[in-house]
Design a protein around this ligand. Sequence first.
Ligand code: NAD
Length: 408
Amino acid sequence: MFLEQLDRVEPHLGPLARMMDTLRRPKRILAVDVPIHRDDGTIYHVEGYRVQHNLSRGPGKGGVRYHPGVNLSEVMALAGWMTIKNAAVNLPFGGAKGGIRVDPATLSTAELERLTRRYTSEIGVIIGPDRDIPAPDVNTNEQTMAWMMDTYSINQGGTQPRVVTGKPITMGGSLGRRESTGRGCFVVAREAMRKLAIPMEGARIAIQGFGNVGSAAARAFHAAGARIVAVQDATGTVHNEAGIDPAALDRHIRQDGGRVADFPGAIPVADEDFWALPCEVLLPAALEGQITRDNARSVKARLVVEGANGPTTPEAEDILLDQGCLVLPDVLANAGGVTVSYFEWVQNASSFFWTEDDINARLDRVLTEAFEAIWQVAAARQVPLRTAAFITACTRVLEARALRGLYP
Ligand SMILES: NC(=O)c1ccc[n+]([C@@H]2O[C@H](COP(=O)([O-])OP(=O)(O)OC[C@H]3O[C@@H](n4cnc5c(N)ncnc54)[C@H](O)[C@@H]3O)[C@@H](O)[C@H]2O)c1
């Protein structure tokens, strides 16, 4: 899919297209054996990867996932998308990604710690604060980053907070990081709504996924006067035309142990009816491959904001665009997380920490500028926003490549 997306932008790149093969191949691939002692004394081996797709614009940046489905081609593609995402919002990073093929649910906390430390040590030969900076992804979190930072630092002989982002706040993590992806979805949606002349006040928002991304986005839309009319998560779907209070839903789930499906402030509806609910903005913020050719025609929204990675299949996107629905692509819509990761790295470099208001204002500026640049490309070339984001990103990467030249 990544290679197909590159094929589609190639005709738009003019003379830079001659260097396109540089984006078709990762710069560097490292596959490592990760042996650990299980708690019962046996030794267990798993396979880990770190792929640096492109480093033309700066050090590699991308998450680390622990999942039984992880394989090298997946990590290669995810690293490629990080190159595009970082360049699309103009962060001074290349693209990278890492993973371990393991089901973390089968490991104890002590085993997970040993796994993380050995993996970090193995990939330690290519990561580093100015070389490649990992972050959390599927099934990894702040604790994982704390172990990675500690292991790398011990091997280097001194504390190196800049080697990872997404750290706990007490050890150099950034304020606002947790909310940043959802907040970023709101910022780019707000800009798109201005272009489409959809008033924020009273706008109806339907959100799939009420985890990190979906709940933060819901709070930002609610605070700006929009109405969260529908929420769907793994437990079910609820609807309330008058608006769901995201803070009340949060309390219901996180304090009272409730589920989205039994939230008293809304009416349950069938999961399959979610996509056809009337709304101005639809925010898929759960899984990939959710809007398909089977449900795309029923979507009433004027704007789809891809909070998740890859939630819209290519066929579904064509249907949505034909219906006059604008799709804000994941490489722009969910780039708020990596943007605040960049702020974390910058704050660590100066050992000077910004306020949350400052971080949110800078995040807003980075994403608003990125949105406007991509919007202008889409208008000038008469292409969808996803193609425009790829054109913008590939142009930046290949221009850097051309200026740096080919060594030797
Ligand atoms: N967290 C980030 O900073 C970040 C950054 C970029 C992209 N993303 C992407 O955003 C998406 C969500 O990430 P997150 O961090 O919010 O995850 P999360 O685990 O916090 O939340 C996931 C949500 O999806 C819901 N869900 C799971 N299966 C579902 C199903 N079958 N139907 C409906 N809902 C379902 C869960 O109930 C949960 O509410 C993922 O695609 C992720 O890759 C996240």
